[in-house]
Design a protein around this ligand. Structure first.
Ligand SMILES: Cc1cc2nc3c(=O)[nH]c(=O)nc-3n(C[C@H](O)[C@H](O)[C@H](O)COP(=O)(O)O)c2cc1C
Ligand code: SF4
Ligand code: SF4
Length: 291
């Protein structure tokens, strides 16, 4: 049920304007705001959070659960520097990440937006070293075998796949496959995937959600931006994502997920061993098409 309390509503129309799903209507003559298409509501909470009169009544969103928003003033130059100086951290101190810090990261991920407000992203936190080592072996094996299939010969499969991916992506796959080969040959599988990080956070969404991968990425990015402010470093674990895309059943079984879920996001978390004293120039990526 969705209602507007007409006794307190001032007809400011803020809810009408902000609703992403065009749930509210406005009466032509009076301008009175009313609930027009209640079934289109995706429970995003915007109308309740914006209403100055507390006049929106929603079945599944109680006004009492909405905390007062404080005015957060971060100088844009400070925030921009924070973003520009974020680096992917792969070498960690051997210290554990406190539970509170992990919870804070998860909270920022869980509060990230999701396409159509499905709020269907969930998280797995792994801090058990033996579990991480086992998962690392599984991921390594999946990636290695996928590479072997691709690069195992110069036969029709290689031609088909390299034609499909094009030279740029094929050369990227090739260098990763070479890394895996050398790590294998040198008996250096440990640390190849999770870099001996003390914690790994994974994000999964509904396997059939076409926006699942982006939802997970957005959630992860929230965490990646908070982490450095807490003295933590993070790095995406793309091998893990590739393995989950390749052999979702194997990965899901290991993690205790059923087939309705798909791992789309994963970051390592830990205290960085090194500090980067220089910013890496990335200006060339600013080439933009303006239309
Ligand atoms: C992958 C993705 C796709 C989205 N696509 C749209 C869109 O096409 N139009 C739109 O109005 N909002 C879009 N959103 C915003 C979501 O609807 C929004 O995040 C959600 O309703 C929660 O609101 P919040 O971001 O204010 O927390 C998208 C969000 C994500 C993460
Ligand atoms: S909760 Fe979101 S979708 Fe539902 S009516 Fe309010 S603004 Fe619209
Ligand atoms: S935002 Fe609140 S006060 Fe304004 S029109 Fe909507 S219900 Fe009425």
């Amino acid at each position: 049920m969705l209602k507007i309390n007409q006794n307190s509503c001032t007809n400011c129309a803020a809810c009408y304007d902000v609703c992403p799903y065009y749930v509210m209507g406005k009466e032509k003559n009076t301008g009175r705001v009313f609930i027009r298409y209640p079934d289109q509501c995706r429970s995003c909470g915007h109308c309740i959070a914006v209403c100055p009169a507390g006049a929106v009544i929603h079945d599944s969103l109680s006004l009492t659960d909405f905390e007062k928003a404080s005015k957060v003033e971060i100088p844009p130059t400070v925030l921009k520097e924070h973003i520009l100086q974020r680096r992917s951290v792969r070498i960690y101190q051997d210290w554990p990440v406190p539970d509170q810090a992990l919870n804070d990261l998860i909270e920022t991920g869980a509060c990230a937006g999701t396409g159509a407000n499905t709020q269907s992203v969930r998280f797995i936190v792994i801090t058990d070293k033996s579990v991480l080592m086992k998962l690392e072996e599984i991921v390594f094996d999946i990636c290695w075998k996928a590479g072997l299939k691709f690069f195992g010969g110069k036969g029709p499969l290689f031609r088909l796949l390299s034609g499909k991916f094009g030279p740029e992506i094929t050369s990227w796959f090739r260098s990763y496959h070479d890394i895996f080969r050398h790590r294998r040959e040198n008996n250096e599988i440990a640390g190849s995937v999770f870099r001996n990080a003390p914690a790994v956070i994974l994000a999964h969404d509904l396997a059939r959600n076409p926006l699942g991968a982006i939802n997970c990425a957005v959630a992860m990015r929230n965490m990646e931006l908070l982490a450095p402010a807490m003295g933590l470093g993070t790095c995406w674990t793309g091998y893990m994502i590739s393995a989950a895309a390749n052999k979702s059943k194997t990965i899901n079984t290991f993690l205790g997920l059923d087939k309705t879920r798909r791992i789309h996001g994963g970051i390592m978390v830990g205290y960085p061993k090194f500090r980067y004293s220089l910013k890496i120039p990335r200006g060339m990526n600013m080439q933009t098409i303006r239309i």
